[in-house]
Ligand binder design. Sequence first.
Ligand code: NAP
Length: 550
Amino acid sequence: MVHFLWTSKEKNNKQQKVNNTKHMTTGKNYIGNTLSAKGTTTYKTFNPKTNSENETVFTEATSEEIEEAVHLASEAFKTYRTISGTKKAAFLNTIADEILVLDDELIQTYMSESGLPEGRAKGERGRTIGQLQTFAKLVEEGSWVEARIDPAQPDRTPNPRVDLRKMSVPIGPIVVFGASNFPLAFSTAGGDTASALASGCPVIVKSHPMHAGTGELVASAIIKAAEKTGMPNGVFSNLNSSGIEVGQALVKHPKIKGVGFTGSIRGGRALFDLAAKRKEPIPVFAEMGSINPVVLLPKALETKAASWAKTYANSITLGTGQFCTNPGLILGIKSEGFTNFVNTLSEEIVKIQPQCMLHPNIHKAYNKNKTEAQQQTHVETVATIEKPETENFAQQAVVTVDGKTFLENNTLHEEVFGPFSLIVQCENATELAEIIANLEGQLTGTIISEENEVSDHPNIINALSNRVGRIIFNGVPTGVEVAPAMLHGGPYPASTDSRFTAVGRDAIKRWVRPFSYQDWPNELLPNELKNENPLNILRLVNNQETKDAL
Ligand code: NAP
């Protein structure tokens, strides 16, 4: 977890003068539709490329503002929970449109707060918009509520059957925490926010302090869309904070009913524990760090060691290694092919130009964690580069260790967030399977194999399948497609609940609960469950999937 250096206490009126007027960012919070800055704690974001602070002064939300945002969200929920799919779709599509209207200002702000290049900024914006539109389509069509109807059987003997109808309903106001490494797609209007708004839950975003300006711009797009499409005030709020207190207060608030988190294991676990200790515990869907094991099977390395090594040099350094799906652990059995792989990877990775990390603190944490791994007994550094002259640029590194040491040393199992990978050289397939079985839960696992080789290693495949949320054949884990069959999650600590995904349309299931009506009059039922099926959705009626009316 990153703590910020630039928090200062200043008077509000002074802060506003510092703002650069050519920017739309005000540094204020959105408490529902209203911009507000009642606090005295302020901070700035940081441009890691220029190694200097950005201009806008952000004001952290006060307890009073937190209370107001939660109150508005709770009031908004009373109407938003039953608003039609068509209206929610219009809201989500308008958010997407308004994000596009922000145009270059959004892209420039994103780049200045992350050090990430323009192409990545535009790509991530496209993904964010695509996610919003996907959820819009889903709720407009309507079948996602999983309507089940078991009509009454008054003549059934010995006992008549009651009429039962079930569907998914939203759980209430949700707090969303985004990650530093996806200022758009896993942040203010990212997958958590889009899916929660689609489900009928109001959202309060705890803005990530590293990209508070990007967050405010996106929040302004959401607020504009809410106003244009007639959504209740409080359906969305965006709160600034430079430390953990605002997030903690939100998670503890009795009117908050769920949490979406993307970030580190430490942060996710702290919020999960906080939510569990509440008088009314609430679900925390935390998607956290992962080391994403890659298993190189022997036959694949006999002929393709060099080409896989080149592929992995690129995957390890992609986005300066700042992806939750970064391949941080490479496992194989000692052989000539494996040695070739290690040698070629070492040669290739040092040819790649070092890149800027997201923030000095992330860079500092990378250096610390990398050095800690490098200093463990029996760990050998096989590739590293000269320290770049430019501040905040990462030195990629690859280290190697034997299987026995890895099994015994848990420090080596921890994520080093950045362009780093640990190669474990196992004695045999039994040791390899044992190592995999002893890994913590992971987002992904990858098998590099010849077509017919997988069937020779059922223990390895079984062990890996049991530890991960997504298994990849002959590919790289980096790159998470937004698609219905995507699973982005996994056994703890990859996520706090392996039954759900944070990416793809099923992400909406995190924000709903099943709800049954018994013998409820037809005219009082929601449209999804009425006899006539006015929404023409797919329903399970008497155990048969159908769109027919009853
Ligand atoms: P982070 O330091 O955990 O921060 C994430 C957010 O949570 C921030 O807003 C942070 O606020 C807040 N937070 C952290 N600890 C908290 C606590 N104890 N109480 C209340 N709030 C807390 O993570 P990050 O640096 O932003 O992101 C990098 C990490 O995210 C990496 O580990 C990466 O692997 C992971 N990640 C996972 C996924 C996924 O889908 N699984 C995707 C992307 C990234 P403050 O900054 O104000 O403290």
